[in-house]
Design a protein around this ligand. Sequence first.
Ligand code: FAD
Length: 404
Amino acid sequence: MRQVLVVVGHGMVGHRLVREVRARDGAGAWRVLVLAEEPRPAYDRISLSAYARGADPAELALEGASFDGDEHVEARLAQPVVRIDRAAGAVYCADGSRAAYDALVLATGARPFVPPVPGHDLPGCHVYRTLDDVAGIRAAARPGLPAVVVGGGLLGLEAAGALTALGMRVQVVEAARWLMAVQLDEGGGEVLGRLLGGLGVRPRCGVALGSVDAGPDGAVRSVTLADGEVLDAALVVFSAGVRPRDELAAGADLATGERGGFLVDARCRTADPRIRAVGDCAAVRGRCHGLVAPGYRMAELVARDLTGDPGPEFTDPDLSAKLKLLGVDVAGFGDAHARTAGALEFIRTDRDGARYAKLVLDGTAGTLLGGVLAGDTTAYATLRGLLGRRLPGPPDLLLAGAGQ
Ligand SMILES: Cc1cc2nc3c(=O)[nH]c(=O)nc-3n(C[C@H](O)[C@H](O)[C@H](O)COP(=O)(O)OP(=O)(O)OC[C@H]3O[C@@H](n4cnc5c(N)ncnc54)[C@H](O)[C@@H]3O)c2cc1C
């Protein structure tokens, strides 16, 4: 008899999981039921900014997301799961419907973190996670008016780029001392900030948000920073990190990680052998990743386990990143922050402050541990390829090449 696999959440990773199961389950041993909160099939969340810039949502559709013609898969949209009954092996949706499972995979993703400052929920405050969020921002944006993005990480700068494209004057508030503090070191973050400033996006780093303030109409008019400075804002976007969506854990007595997320082992299994978690909602050995590539690896390994072809366990991903933010190239790779004991840093900055390059070397072995590039990332592929190896020449010469 066919077994039932219930997948909760049809985001990027949930969709990849279903595709992987279907590709591997030639005999059709699993009937797959996808229960999705959003009213549309999975889409390319990473490309949300394209929608903000005017693309049709249809352009973001993921391949095979409607499962047309696949009799083994049923997707129920706008059907959030509200409870797991582990003893009965069933989940309940918001409309009261019940679905029994033999295996359950939680793929509920993450939600934007909104700092609980006064005024955070005023009209004019937005988050940046779903197509509906971006539709709201598109409708509210007014060319020429000021906007504030709270959060100067990767997603905050994505949002800043989208608001700039919508014609707004954008300032970015970041509590850390520099932008993209996870991927870049201080020098790289400062160059990024300077270059963005030249493009009209003003960063305010090293200061927390104090409050969001209303005008006479009750909607957002400004924000006040912890140091007392007031920034005009007709619109505020919170993009200050995400939190795993693990709200189904408590009612089902499933363990969560220290920072949230369904706690799973290196095979993405909870303590209940029938329940697994993948993607942004999974705390693999206690750690959430919040990036799509590790989520896809979790999806593949779970699909392999479910179809009787176990592959390697999940290992911590390489967090190297090369990005273009509002036209500015930045990259961080390996031990970008030189946290390895005895690491040496070689830094080259241009006099005009438009380019920054840093290599981190093992002080004893002389091997490359990591680096940061800002303003020019042409050397990224070469340098990443040298990770863990001795450099072919003196670092200053290599960096001179990187900055050319
Ligand atoms: C603007 C933007 C840019 C990004 N850029 C990058 C990038 O460059 N590189 C990168 O690696 N990552 C990027 N990310 C992060 C990436 O999108 C996520 O890592 C990825 O989407 C995770 O996939 P997921 O399926 O785990 O979660 P999601 O894609 O969030 O999907 C989870 C789904 O589950 C649904 N759900 C939640 N609870 C329930 C419930 N109880 N019942 C039913 N359904 C439920 C949600 O509504 C959602 O549809 C970006 C994210 C954003 C917002």
